[in-house]
Write a protein that binds this ligand. Structure first.
Ligand SMILES: [Fe+2]
Length: 477
């Protein structure tokens, strides 16, 4: 399979009843908990077709692992935006890559007390205290019921604006993020979110333009925002209505801009700014740690932002992604004393990264992700495991199968960093259905697999929450 098929982006019904899947072989008994994945799933409205992968209305997929069995369930996130769009048949607010009602500019919508702030949180899931939320790159969190996946409420820290879909966590599991305001000059504020959903503002820094950010570098002491050359043109935003531009089309890739690292010190509250001579784009950091007075940040880096254009659905279902647009595994080293920044490029394509969470914010040996071999135009043809000690990669693939973000779940009795499983939601072109693969993270062999009742558009991100969950949602009693 070279590219995503049109069918994976067509209508996708919810599957609200918890359905037991038939696993090919017994699942490890220690694998107990719930994997929740989030991603764009609805692209066709009555009067409009959403044009970019990031625009689809979000759907939650849950996989409950219990006593060696696995159960599946899904439900659309019924955000205000989703409800308005499905009832009106049109895009109701600001979409990422789809121009909406030309009579109302994005600028006017953003400035109208944020009353039309997007609420389609279709990217990631996070847990704050005992509450579960969906997120995207906007300052809105949508709370959902972890058993039924029903949408409960929305929560906007601060005054809105944008916020990363991937927050950072300190060892005490406090959630950290950054909010950025819209305006001719942008105020970026580091915030922490407490279990009772109060948000605390910390230090701020100003930038000439709003820059795109999706994740951070993070250690227990430092939170690092990486200013990159994809920056918002406020003039384009103001004219977005008459010119019928989408929000993404209001961003420029500034070839003269070099990445700036804004390093927030949680101990002192100070922000150190390191101006680099690097120029790269990224969505995802993999992990970060401190080493000998430096901060090391591993990330999936791109030479520019062409990959965002590649994610228009027309392109995903036709041309796909050329090698020159693909990411590579890169290690950034920030010298705090000398304010230096350097980058090593491992020349291995990797995206949708994951690690053993016990190694988050400390030095890790392995990174897992999706991989696209040379000349393959699909973003996620294989699973890759990268070994930093051996500087080598191993891969898993199966004919006719595309893969999704691998989620590492540690064996509670494991001794080594890679003692655990990778849970991967795949798509089979042979059956046109989704397949759940459980791989041994040590050697990438298949432990078990289970077919789903339908195809699923590739979700973006997910999280495994260990422990016992309710097996009967209200609909299945
Ligand atoms: Fe992401």
């Amino acid at each position: 399979m070279k590219n995503a098929t049109t069918s994976t982006f067509s209508a996708n019904p919810s599957n609200t009843e918890l359905t037991k899947l038939k696993a090919s072989r017994p699942l490890p008994v220690w694998l107990r908990g719930k994997l929740i994945r989030n991603g764009p799933a609805m692209f066709n409205l009555r009067d409009t077709t959403l044009q970019h992968w990031f625009d689809g209305y979000g759907m939650l997929h849950s996989f409950l692992f219990d006593d060696g069995d696995v159960y599946y369930q899904s439900r659309y996130t019924e955000s205000e935006e989703y409800l308005n769009a499905t009832s009106s048949g049109r895009v109701s607010t600001v979409a990422w890559g789809t121009a909406s009602d030309p009579c109302r500019s994005i600028f006017r919508r953003f400035m109208a007390n944020f009353s039309a702030t997007p609420t389609n949180t279709n990217v990631n899931v996070i847990k704050i205290g005992e509450k579960y939320f969906t997120t995207s790159d906007i300052a809105t969190l949508t709370q959902f019921d972890v058993d039924s996946l029903e949408t409960l409420s929305t929560f906007t820290p601060g005054k809105g604006g944008v916020m990363a879909a991937h927050p950072s966590y300190t060892d005490d599991l406090q959630v950290w993020n950054m909010t950025a305001s819209f305006g001719p000059r942008t105020k970026n504020t580091f915030v922490s979110l407490s279990d009772d959903l109060t948000s605390q503002k910390h230090s701020s820094f100003a930038t000439d333009k709003l820059f795109y950010f999706h994740s951070f570098g993070n250690t227990d002491r430092y939170l690092i925002a990486i200013e990159q050359p994809m920056r918002l043109d406020f003039g384009k935003l103001a004219l977005s209505g008459p010119k019928n531009k989408s929000f993404y089309e209001c961003f420029n890739w500034d070839t003269s801009f070099k990445n700036i690292f804004h390093i927030y010190d949680r101990q002192t509250g100070e922000i150190q700014k390191i101006q680099s001579d690097l120029s790269f784009f990224f969505f995802h950091t993999i992990n970060s740690f401190e080493e000998d007075g430096s901060i090391v940040i591993d990330l999936c880096g791109y030479d520019d932002n062409k990959i965002v254009d590649d994610f228009y659905i027309d392109n995903l279902t036709t041309s796909g992604i050329p090698d020159s647009h693909k990411s590579s595994l890169r290690r950034i080293r920030l010298g705090l004393g000398e304010s230096s920044a350097s980058m090593e490029d491992f020349k291995i394509n990797i995206e949708l990264p994951n690690i053993n969470d016990a190694y988050r914010n400390r030095q890790h040996r392995y990174a897992y992700g999706v991989h696209s071999p040379a000349l393959n135009t699909h973003l996620a043809a294989e699973i890759v495991k990268y070994d930093f000690d051996k500087n080598s990669a191993t891969y898993w693939s199966e004919a006719g199968m595309t893969v999704g973000e691998p989620i590492f779940v540690a064996n509670p009795n494991g001794k080594k960093e890679d003692d655990g499983t990778l849970i991967v939601l795949c798509h089979s072109t042979a059956t046109n259905k989704a397949e759940l693969m459980v791989l041994d993270a040590a050697d990438l062999s298949v432990i078990s697999k289970a077919s789903l009742p339908q195809a699923i558009p590739p979700p973006l991100h997910g999280w495994f929450y260990g422990g016992k969950f309710q097996k009967n949602s209200p609909e299945t009693k």
